[in-house]
Every structure is written in C-alpha cells, then in structure tokens.
Design a protein around this ligand. Structure first.
Ligand SMILES: C[S@@+](CC[C@H](N)C(=O)[O-])C[C@H]1O[C@@H](n2cnc3c(N)ncnc32)[C@H](O)[C@@H]1O
Length: 316
C-alpha cells in the first residue's frame, strides 16, 4: 500500500476499515474519528523503520487507539508515550466519575493509565513527568502524535527534541491541536516547515497530518521559531495555511484561530487565548462583523473608492 496516498485519501474513512474496539472504552479527549485515524495509522502507516511516539496520552485513550492498530501491523513495535500523569478534579469529574469510575484522592492518574493499556503493556514505554525532562535519544521516529504542545516553550522543545529524528519519505506527524483556536504556534511553525513537512490530511476536527519529505535540521527549526515572528508574518502564514484546506469547515477553523490570535498576539500559552465570539472573518460565508477595526477598514475602503472615482472623473 502507498501509505502517503492512503493518508491523503483518509483511508480510515473507508466503510471496509474496521478499527479495533476497546471494551470498556478508555476515556479520551479525542473525537471518534481521531481514534479511528490513530488505529489505522498504527496498522497501516507503520513499517517498523522507526519508533512510534505519543506526546500527551492523558488516561491512555489515544495510547490504546495507536497500540491496538500497531498490534495488528504484525511487526515488532514499541510505543513511547509521555505525560505528567496528573489529573485535576474537573477532569476527574468529566472523564472518570461520570463514567462510573470510583472517586479517589490526589492527582496521580498513572495507575489508571496502566490499567487502561494493560493488554499492550509489554510494548509501551511510559515517560513520566514533564516532557522537557525527557529529551528523545532513541533513534528515528516513524509516527509522531503530538497532543501536549499547549505552550510555545513546550512546542519548541518538541520541535528540537523530536522533529530532527523524523525519517524522510516515511514519517507521519499528527498535530492534534492544529484545528483549534488556542495554538497559533502550530499553524505558523508547520507552515514554515513546508514543504519538508507537507500538510497531507486531517480529521474533521482538531488533528492535522503531515508527511516528512526531507530531514528537518536544527537550522530549519531555528528559522521556524514562532516567538521571533512579526505579527504580519503570522497573519500571512495563517492565510497560506488556510489555502491548504479544500473544505470550508477546516478553513473556518484556521480563520477562527487567526481571529483568536489577533485578539491576543502576545499569548504564548493556550489558556491565554480565548475563542472569538464573532464568525471567522476569512470565511466567504460569514456575515460582516461590526467591530471597531472592521468599521475602520470599511470606512477606509469606502473613502479610497470614492477618491479613485473622483480622480478618474477629474482626468476626463
Ligand atoms: C489534551 S491531553 C491529551 C489527551 C489524550 N491524547 C487523549 O487521548 O485523551 C494533554 C496531555 O498532555 C499532558 N501534558 C501537558 N503538558 C505536558 C508536559 N509539559 N509534559 C508532560 N505532559 C504534559 C497533560 O498531562 C495531558 O494529559
């Protein structure tokens, strides 16, 4: 199978693809489609040339999706997963107690993670603690799933530590937060790493998949530093990123992320970025939004159109 071609076609959408099921289901923050995509990637996107790395596994929902696919690949595999394995009370309520898990004291979710991944435990290496304390040293990476780049600092660490181990012509990177308004650094940097990392596919919500065509070097990463970009460059990168999506839904997600960025361009942590209430302005279908800057822009356009007309009349 030509994996790149299959990923472009979103082969996980096929009615003939039956993703492995987990019973009972492991709580996850992913959408069902993202889970199926990860299982498909493990089963069909893995050749054994490199390791599989998951950054941000939470209770193990994405871990078992990837692992159950890898188990079907019939190749020897190891899945390296990274997390702090701490859970707060709101997330306990939302993902555990509501699903019938017994209440417990403290924040440690590692025992639950171990329980969830138990059928695949022999092939999973868990790196506990802050990812920044665990630089990657285990060779080429074939599949890289990123679901913890919630700050510019962590994002930069992920780039420096993991991206230079991607395999040209083979590796697939999944940026889970890409189609989300709170991580503008993902959109800007991935755009700067194009065409070495080509945006090739996506799920309806959140995840975007990239294929590695050429090795990523330290100087590529140096050039792609988000914190050094001018505001107008970020806006331009959002515009070109949006053009890579042929469908309106994802284009609007990128447009919404741009609006959110414009509202707080200095934010370097997800929680600092709040979704704008207005419909995304890049969308051709969005109704006009009369914010002060939109009024200023319209007034400027109106005045320059009138001046142009007067000049043309004067020349006659
Ligand atoms: C959105 S959740 C991951 C969801 C998961 N993939 C799933 O299927 O439900 C992000 C995870 O990243 C972890 N995380 C965030 N920052 C981290 C860091 N600096 N080091 C290690 N883990 C981190 C959090 O503990 C959290 O479990």
């Amino acid at each position: 199978m030509d994996v790149l071609d299959a990923v472009r076609r979103k082969a996980w959408d096929s009615r003939f693809y039956r993703a492995p099921q987990q019973t009972p289901a492991v709580p996850t923050m992913l959408t069902p489609e993202e889970g199926v995509m990860l299982s498909w990637l493990g089963e069909h996107g893995f050749t054994g040339e490199g390791a599989v790395v998951e950054l941000g596994c939470f209770l193990g929902g994405s871990t078992v999706k990837l692992a159950s696919g890898l188990a079907r690949s019939r190749r020897p595999w190891t899945l390296h997963t990274y997390d702090r394995f701490r859970i707060d009370e709101p997330n306990k309520e939302r993902f555990l107690y509501r699903n019938g898990y017994p209440r417990f004291e403290g924040e440690d979710m590692y025992p639950l993670f171990l329980q969830h991944i138990e059928p695949f435990a022999a092939n999973i290496v868990a790196h506990r603690g802050d990812v920044e304390d665990h630089p990657w040293t285990s060779g080429p990476i074939e599949i890289l799933f990123v679901d913890l780049a919630k700050t510019v600092d962590i994002h930069n660490f992920v780039l420096d530590s993991f991206f230079t181990s991607l395999i040209p012509g083979r590796s697939i990177v999944v940026q889970q937060d890409y189609l989300h308004h709170q991580t503008p650094w993902l959109i800007a940097t991935m755009e700067l790493l194009h065409p070495k990392l080509e945006l090739v596919s996506w799920t309806r919500n959140h995840s975007v998949l990239f294929f590695c065509h050429e090795a990523i070097t330290a100087s590529d990463l140096d050039r792609a530093r988000y914190e050094r970009l001018e505001r107008r460059d970020v806006v331009q990168l959002f515009r070109s990123a949006r053009e890579r999506f042929p469908f309106e839904f994802q284009r609007e997600m990128v447009a919404q992320a741009l609006d959110t960025y414009r509202a707080s361009p200095q934010a370097d942590k997800s929680y600092m970025l709040r979704a704008s209430e207005a419909p995304p302005r890049l969308s051709p279908y969005a109704a006009p939004v009369w914010t002060p800057s939109a009024i200023r822009r319209s007034a400027t356009r109106w005045v320059s159109a009138r001046l142009g007309r007067l000049r043309r009349l004067a020349r006659r």
